[in-house]
Write a protein that binds this ligand. Structure first.
Ligand code: AMP
Ligand code: MG
Length: 408
């Protein structure tokens, strides 16, 4: 059996980064930035007020109360026309540029309006208070978002602040198929004996959509050499990557291997992981092919361990693997110590805030319901055959969704 890390390295080494394109910020969410976004000028571009109040000279308010003459009003979006001389102040709104001469803003709450033309500063503030300096957020020439970042909504804001249209890597188009004579569309209400509904494509379409990766759904391919060969060749024509599930376990082994050996190059591996031991990786017409195991849980685990990181690598991402955090096992587990075992767990926050992992249900590789209920893999590595309740455990997070209501 091939160690998991070694198999992951070979898969990542076996995919190529795609080309780049310039997109609108509106279309850039979750895309991977190809060229670092660099600020041409400082942000904010000019010193401005952080509060509604009065721009003053700090030396004028050294002792309070003090009454100053108001020279003008500067709402946000306008520019001051007057310099703040000794004994004067400018009425200023949040975000408006600081007038010349002023170095400090006194919030309106610390003042008493006199007439329209004068104000009494009741409580002083230190020099520089409530002034946002030019470049206080970003300095000119600074990398605002680094190449290789998968863009969050917050990154889109940073890009918008510097007015940059992002150059991103192209998204791979995935050709997606299920294989197996027993597999039928989920839309079939009354299953014939021996048939099962296709769940893998439902999951895989979802995870691809999560990554905003376009796909061509090629449907279900029967266990037939010619049909499968044709499907793989067509997939290589239309896709940048091929994902199929089924047909890689022992029974089908030679069959798929034979097609791929004739039409491309393929590696069949037994990876030292559970679930997901059988896995095929290779190329058809230069296009990477990921042959996932058919069992639904295995297919997801293999997708997470190999395909997701590989697709992110094709997109030029620098970070390829899900966040892993330390948690505490909430119950005993025993596993095969010759494999990295991915226990499907749900997490319950403990009273001290740590994550406690409990099995999300049956751990058979066909038990999709437990996978659906889970938040993370609790990783029991090669060489460790069991964990006891209370033991520390590494959790690979694939669900970082909301986990608290108002009362939690
Ligand atoms: P295979 O890898 O083709 O030997 O399939 C292993 C197991 O996974 C068998 O029980 C298959 O019926 C099941 N299976 C294969 N493909 C799918 C699918 N697309 N959806 C649900 N179960 C599947
Ligand atoms: Mg099959």
């Amino acid at each position: 059996m091939k160690p998991l890390r070694e198999a992951q390295s070979e898969v990542i080494a076996g995919v190529r980064r795609l080309g780049t394109e310039s997109v609108r910020i509106e279309d850039a969410l979750d895309r991977v930035l190809a060229d670092s976004a660099i600020a041409a000028g400082p942000i904010p571009p000019f010193p401005n007020s952080a509060m509604d109040g009065f721009a003053v000279r700090a030396s004028d308010i050294a002792s309070t109360p003090v009454t100053l003459l108001v020279n003008e009003d500067v709402p946000a979006g306008t520019v001051p026309t007057m310099v703040v001389g000794p004994g004067t102040a400018t009425r200023i709104m949040t975000g408006a540029p600081m007038p010349g001469g002023a170095d400090t803003v006194v919030p309106v709450e610390e003042t008493q309006p006199d007439t329209a033309d004068s104000v009494t500063i009741v409580v002083g503030v230190p020099i520089g208070a409530n002034v946002r300096p030019a470049g206080g957020d970003i300095v000119a020439g600074e990398v605002v978002v680094a190449a290789g970042t998968r863009l969050s909504a917050r990154d889109l804001g940073s890009l918008a602040s510097i007015g940059v249209a992002p150059v991103v890597s192209r998204q791979p188009v995935v050709a997606l198929m299920s294989t197996g004579d027993e597999v039928v569309e989920y839309t079939i209400r009354d299953l014939e004996p021996g048939k099962i509904r296709d769940t893998n494509r439902a999951v895989l379409r979802g995870v691809l959509e999560d990554l905003r990766i376009p796909y061509v759904d090629m449907g279900i391919i029967g266990d037939d050499v010619e049909e499968l060969r044709e499907a793989y060749l067509h997939a290589a024509d239309i896709g940048d990557a091929i994902i199929s599930s089924g047909g890689v376990s022992m029974g089908d082994f030679d069959f798929v291997k034979q097609i791929l050996r004739e039409s491309g190059s393929v590696e069949f591996w037994e990876v030292a992981m559970q679930p997901g031991k059988p896995f095929a990786f290779g190329h058809v017409g230069g296009v990477p092919l990921f042959g996932l195991p058919g069992n639904p849980v295995s297919a997801f685990v293999s997708f997470e361990q190999f395909v997701r990181p590989a697709l992110l690598a094709m997109m030029g991402a620098t970070k390829l693997f899900r966040p892993s955090i330390q948690g505490v096992m909430g119950e005993d587990v025993s596993t095969n110590d010759e494999k990295d075992v991915f226990v499907r767990v749900m997490l319950a926050p403990d009273s001290d805030g740590s994550f406690v992992a409990l099995k999300a249900g049956g751990q058979g590789s066909n038990v999709l319901s437990a996978l659906a209920n889970s938040d993370a893999f609790a990783v029991v590595p090669v060489g460790v055959g069991s964990l006891s309740a209370g033991d520390a455990v590494t959790l690979e997070m694939f669900n970082w969704n909301e986990n608290r209501g108002l009362d939690d």
